[in-house]
Design a protein around this ligand. Structure first.
Ligand code: HEM
Length: 184
Protein backbone atom coordinates (compact mmCIF):
# COMPACT_ATOMS: atom_id res chain seq x y z
CA UNK A 1 0.00 0.00 0.00
CA UNK A 2 1.38 3.43 -0.96
CA UNK A 3 2.05 6.16 1.63
CA UNK A 4 -0.77 8.31 0.18
CA UNK A 5 -3.42 5.58 0.33
CA UNK A 6 -2.30 4.59 3.86
CA UNK A 7 -2.76 8.23 4.90
CA UNK A 8 -6.17 8.42 3.19
CA UNK A 9 -7.24 5.26 5.04
CA UNK A 10 -6.08 6.70 8.38
CA UNK A 11 -8.05 9.89 7.71
CA UNK A 12 -11.16 7.85 6.89
CA UNK A 13 -10.84 5.83 10.11
CA UNK A 14 -10.29 9.02 12.14
CA UNK A 15 -13.36 10.66 10.58
CA UNK A 16 -15.48 7.52 11.14
CA UNK A 17 -14.44 7.54 14.79
CA UNK A 18 -15.37 11.22 15.02
CA UNK A 19 -11.82 12.08 16.02
CA UNK A 20 -11.37 15.79 16.78
CA UNK A 21 -8.94 17.98 14.83
CA UNK A 22 -5.71 18.04 16.78
CA UNK A 23 -1.96 18.17 16.44
CA UNK A 24 -1.95 14.33 16.23
CA UNK A 25 -4.67 14.05 13.55
CA UNK A 26 -3.60 11.80 10.64
CA UNK A 27 -4.66 14.40 8.06
CA UNK A 28 -1.66 16.76 7.53
CA UNK A 29 -3.91 19.69 6.56
CA UNK A 30 -5.89 19.42 9.80
CA UNK A 31 -2.57 19.12 11.73
CA UNK A 32 -1.33 22.27 9.98
CA UNK A 33 -4.44 24.21 11.07
CA UNK A 34 -4.32 22.77 14.61
CA UNK A 35 -0.68 23.77 15.08
CA UNK A 36 -1.34 27.51 14.51
CA UNK A 37 -1.65 29.87 17.47
CA UNK A 38 -5.28 30.54 18.52
CA UNK A 39 -4.70 32.68 21.63
CA UNK A 40 -6.47 36.04 21.68
CA UNK A 41 -4.29 39.00 20.54
CA UNK A 42 -6.76 41.77 21.45
CA UNK A 43 -7.16 41.10 25.15
CA UNK A 44 -6.88 42.67 28.59
CA UNK A 45 -4.96 40.48 31.04
CA UNK A 46 -5.73 37.42 28.91
CA UNK A 47 -9.47 38.25 28.57
CA UNK A 48 -10.52 38.67 24.88
CA UNK A 49 -12.12 42.12 24.40
CA UNK A 50 -14.37 40.89 21.57
CA UNK A 51 -15.95 38.27 23.84
CA UNK A 52 -16.56 41.00 26.45
CA UNK A 53 -18.17 43.35 23.90
CA UNK A 54 -20.50 41.02 21.99
CA UNK A 55 -23.07 40.80 24.79
CA UNK A 56 -24.03 44.44 24.22
CA UNK A 57 -25.11 44.28 20.54
CA UNK A 58 -26.89 40.97 21.17
CA UNK A 59 -28.76 42.38 24.20
CA UNK A 60 -29.71 45.64 22.43
CA UNK A 61 -30.88 43.81 19.28
CA UNK A 62 -33.20 41.55 21.30
CA UNK A 63 -34.33 44.49 23.47
CA UNK A 64 -35.29 46.47 20.36
CA UNK A 65 -37.61 43.64 19.34
CA UNK A 66 -39.23 43.66 22.81
CA UNK A 67 -39.56 47.46 22.73
CA UNK A 68 -41.23 47.30 19.28
CA UNK A 69 -43.74 44.83 20.72
CA UNK A 70 -44.57 47.29 23.54
CA UNK A 71 -45.00 50.05 20.94
CA UNK A 72 -47.24 47.80 18.85
CA UNK A 73 -49.46 46.92 21.80
CA UNK A 74 -49.61 50.37 23.45
CA UNK A 75 -49.13 52.82 20.55
CA UNK A 76 -47.28 55.01 23.09
CA UNK A 77 -44.67 57.26 21.39
CA UNK A 78 -42.43 56.74 24.43
CA UNK A 79 -41.60 53.23 23.13
CA UNK A 80 -40.86 54.69 19.71
CA UNK A 81 -38.13 56.90 21.25
CA UNK A 82 -36.78 54.05 23.40
CA UNK A 83 -36.61 51.83 20.29
CA UNK A 84 -34.57 54.45 18.44
CA UNK A 85 -32.01 54.58 21.27
CA UNK A 86 -31.94 50.80 21.60
CA UNK A 87 -31.47 50.19 17.84
CA UNK A 88 -28.79 52.92 17.76
CA UNK A 89 -26.93 51.36 20.70
CA UNK A 90 -27.15 47.92 19.03
CA UNK A 91 -25.51 49.36 15.93
CA UNK A 92 -22.77 51.32 17.76
CA UNK A 93 -21.82 48.37 19.99
CA UNK A 94 -22.08 46.02 16.98
CA UNK A 95 -19.58 48.16 15.06
CA UNK A 96 -17.24 48.25 18.09
CA UNK A 97 -17.45 44.46 18.46
CA UNK A 98 -16.88 44.01 14.72
CA UNK A 99 -13.79 46.27 14.70
CA UNK A 100 -12.20 44.30 17.57
CA UNK A 101 -13.32 40.97 16.05
CA UNK A 102 -11.80 41.90 12.69
CA UNK A 103 -8.50 42.90 14.36
CA UNK A 104 -8.49 39.51 16.12
CA UNK A 105 -9.25 37.71 12.85
CA UNK A 106 -6.42 39.41 11.01
CA UNK A 107 -3.87 39.28 13.85
CA UNK A 108 -4.11 35.65 14.96
CA UNK A 109 -2.94 33.04 12.40
CA UNK A 110 -4.96 30.17 13.91
CA UNK A 111 -8.16 32.26 13.72
CA UNK A 112 -7.43 33.55 10.21
CA UNK A 113 -6.87 30.07 8.84
CA UNK A 114 -10.18 28.62 10.13
CA UNK A 115 -13.17 28.66 7.78
CA UNK A 116 -15.43 28.89 10.85
CA UNK A 117 -13.97 32.33 11.67
CA UNK A 118 -14.91 33.67 8.25
CA UNK A 119 -18.38 32.09 8.48
CA UNK A 120 -18.87 33.95 11.76
CA UNK A 121 -17.50 37.21 10.34
CA UNK A 122 -19.86 37.06 7.32
CA UNK A 123 -22.87 36.24 9.54
CA UNK A 124 -21.90 39.15 11.84
CA UNK A 125 -21.59 41.61 8.93
CA UNK A 126 -25.04 40.57 7.63
CA UNK A 127 -26.43 41.13 11.13
CA UNK A 128 -24.73 44.52 11.35
CA UNK A 129 -26.16 45.62 7.98
CA UNK A 130 -29.71 44.79 9.14
CA UNK A 131 -29.14 46.48 12.53
CA UNK A 132 -27.78 49.60 10.77
CA UNK A 133 -30.82 49.72 8.48
CA UNK A 134 -33.10 49.35 11.53
CA UNK A 135 -31.40 52.24 13.37
CA UNK A 136 -31.42 54.46 10.25
CA UNK A 137 -35.10 53.78 9.59
CA UNK A 138 -35.99 54.94 13.13
CA UNK A 139 -33.91 58.11 12.79
CA UNK A 140 -35.18 59.20 9.39
CA UNK A 141 -38.58 57.51 8.93
CA UNK A 142 -40.00 56.88 12.43
CA UNK A 143 -43.52 56.61 11.01
CA UNK A 144 -42.51 53.34 9.29
CA UNK A 145 -41.46 51.53 12.49
CA UNK A 146 -44.75 49.63 12.35
CA UNK A 147 -44.45 47.38 10.48
CA UNK A 148 -41.03 47.85 8.75
CA UNK A 149 -38.94 48.47 11.91
CA UNK A 150 -40.61 45.60 13.71
CA UNK A 151 -39.82 43.29 10.78
CA UNK A 152 -36.19 44.45 10.77
CA UNK A 153 -36.06 43.79 14.53
CA UNK A 154 -37.29 40.22 13.99
CA UNK A 155 -34.75 39.74 11.19
CA UNK A 156 -31.85 41.23 13.18
CA UNK A 157 -32.70 39.07 16.23
CA UNK A 158 -32.53 35.98 14.03
CA UNK A 159 -29.25 37.20 12.48
CA UNK A 160 -27.81 37.92 15.96
CA UNK A 161 -28.69 34.38 17.05
CA UNK A 162 -27.04 32.97 13.94
CA UNK A 163 -23.88 35.14 14.21
CA UNK A 164 -23.64 34.53 17.98
CA UNK A 165 -24.04 30.78 17.48
CA UNK A 166 -21.14 30.76 15.01
CA UNK A 167 -19.06 32.94 17.38
CA UNK A 168 -19.75 30.46 20.17
CA UNK A 169 -18.62 27.60 17.91
CA UNK A 170 -15.23 29.33 17.60
CA UNK A 171 -14.85 29.20 21.38
CA UNK A 172 -16.47 25.88 22.26
CA UNK A 173 -15.62 23.77 19.18
CA UNK A 174 -12.28 25.29 18.17
CA UNK A 175 -10.97 26.60 21.52
CA UNK A 176 -10.20 29.98 19.93
CA UNK A 177 -9.26 32.83 22.27
CA UNK A 178 -8.84 30.60 25.31
CA UNK A 179 -5.85 30.96 27.60
CA UNK A 180 -5.61 28.13 30.07
CA UNK A 181 -4.57 29.75 33.34
CA UNK A 182 -1.54 28.38 35.13
CA UNK A 183 -3.36 29.18 38.41
CA UNK A 184 -5.85 26.30 37.84
C1 HEM B 1 -16.58 41.14 11.21
C2 HEM B 1 -16.88 41.13 12.46
C3 HEM B 1 -16.47 40.07 13.45
C4 HEM B 1 -15.37 39.25 13.47
C5 HEM B 1 -14.22 39.18 12.47
C6 HEM B 1 -15.48 38.40 14.65
C7 HEM B 1 -14.55 37.45 15.06
C8 HEM B 1 -14.66 36.69 16.21
C9 HEM B 1 -13.60 35.88 16.78
C10 HEM B 1 -12.21 35.76 16.21
C11 HEM B 1 -14.11 35.26 17.88
C12 HEM B 1 -13.37 34.31 18.81
C13 HEM B 1 -13.12 35.00 20.18
C14 HEM B 1 -11.98 35.95 20.16
O1 HEM B 1 -10.91 35.57 19.68
O2 HEM B 1 -12.16 37.08 20.63
C15 HEM B 1 -15.48 35.67 18.03
C16 HEM B 1 -16.33 35.26 19.03
C17 HEM B 1 -17.64 35.66 19.16
N1 HEM B 1 -18.27 36.64 18.41
FE1 HEM B 1 -17.47 37.67 16.86
N2 HEM B 1 -16.65 38.72 15.29
C18 HEM B 1 -17.27 39.73 14.60
C19 HEM B 1 -18.44 40.39 14.94
C20 HEM B 1 -19.32 39.93 15.92
C21 HEM B 1 -20.59 40.56 16.23
C22 HEM B 1 -21.14 41.84 15.59
C23 HEM B 1 -21.16 39.80 17.20
C24 HEM B 1 -22.51 40.01 17.82
C25 HEM B 1 -23.52 39.24 17.51
C26 HEM B 1 -20.28 38.68 17.50
C27 HEM B 1 -20.53 37.64 18.39
C28 HEM B 1 -19.58 36.75 18.86
C29 HEM B 1 -19.80 35.81 19.95
C30 HEM B 1 -21.11 35.62 20.74
C31 HEM B 1 -18.59 35.14 20.14
C32 HEM B 1 -18.31 34.07 21.20
C33 HEM B 1 -17.80 34.78 22.44
C34 HEM B 1 -17.78 33.91 23.69
O3 HEM B 1 -18.56 32.94 23.78
O4 HEM B 1 -17.00 34.22 24.60
N3 HEM B 1 -19.15 38.81 16.71
N4 HEM B 1 -15.80 36.56 17.01
Amino acid sequence: MSEASREAEQVEIALEEGQEASTTHPNPHIREVAEQDIGSAIAVAGHPIHAMLVHFPIAFVISTLGIDMFYWFTGDAFWLAVGTWSAGAAFVFGVLAAVVGTAELLAVPGIRVRVASWNHAIAAMVMLAIVGANAGLRLFWPETVLPSGLMLSVLSSMAAGFAGWHGGKLIFDHGVGLLISSKG
